[in-house]
Design a protein around this ligand. Structure first.
Ligand SMILES: [Zn+2]
Length: 180
């Protein structure tokens, strides 16, 4: 938890994020800053598909790509679109505590049983589906993953700011992550 920096006031926002759409996101969500009016997106947010998270942000503020574990490796065309056509210059990558994409192997039986019982899948087919995709979507650790993913995105899109962030489902707040 030492790597997480809380945002409980404007002064807690890291200098590199202040006055940027990342700082605005933190202020809207954590600090209840009054919403400004947007006519175009200021930000691309990559966050997990998990049902326990809801962002408090203005209309038209952000493109949002939701994936397992905030993993954007397989959403690159959509990232490129948000930058090239949507005009965003910043990406907020928001991982979260207790993410289902950590330790997927422990969920293998539930995954297979669930597809067989609730989706009508053949058991063998469900097992192959899990084995094929689990290694692609496993994130290992929620905080380490967004740090690695932020580094990858910075190399891929060198003129874009990428901020690795962490959402604690226990208090519904977004935390900054120390890097380096
Ligand atoms: Zn998740």
């Amino acid at each position: 938890m030492q790597r997480l920096i809380p945002v409980d006031s404007e002064a807690d926002i890291l200098p590199e994020y202040r006055g940027t759409p990342i700082g605005d996101l933190l202020a809207y969500h954590n600090l209840g800053r009054p919403f400004e009016t947007y006519t175009k997106a200021a930000l691309l947010i990559g966050m997990c598909m998990d049902h326990r998270k809801h962002l408090h942000i203005p209309d038209q503020f952000a493109y949002i790509i939701r994936t397992g574990g905030a993993n954007l490796r397989y959403s690159e065309f959509k990232v490129s679109y948000a930058i090239a056509v949507g005009g965003v210059r910043s990406i907020a990558l928001i991982g979260h505590s207790n993410c289902g994409m950590v330790n997927l192997m422990s969920k293998k039986d539930a995954f297979i049983d669930g597809l067989v019982e609730h989706a009508g899948w053949d058991r063998e087919w469900a097992g192959e589906h899990f084995n094929q995709f689990a290694p692609m979507f496993e994130i290992g650790n929620e905080i380490d993953f967004v740090l690695i993913e932020a580094r990858r995105l910075r190399m891929r899109y060198p003129m874009i700011s990428v901020a690795p962030l962490h959402y604690l489902v226990e208090d519904n707040r977004i935390y900054q992550i120390t890097e380096g």
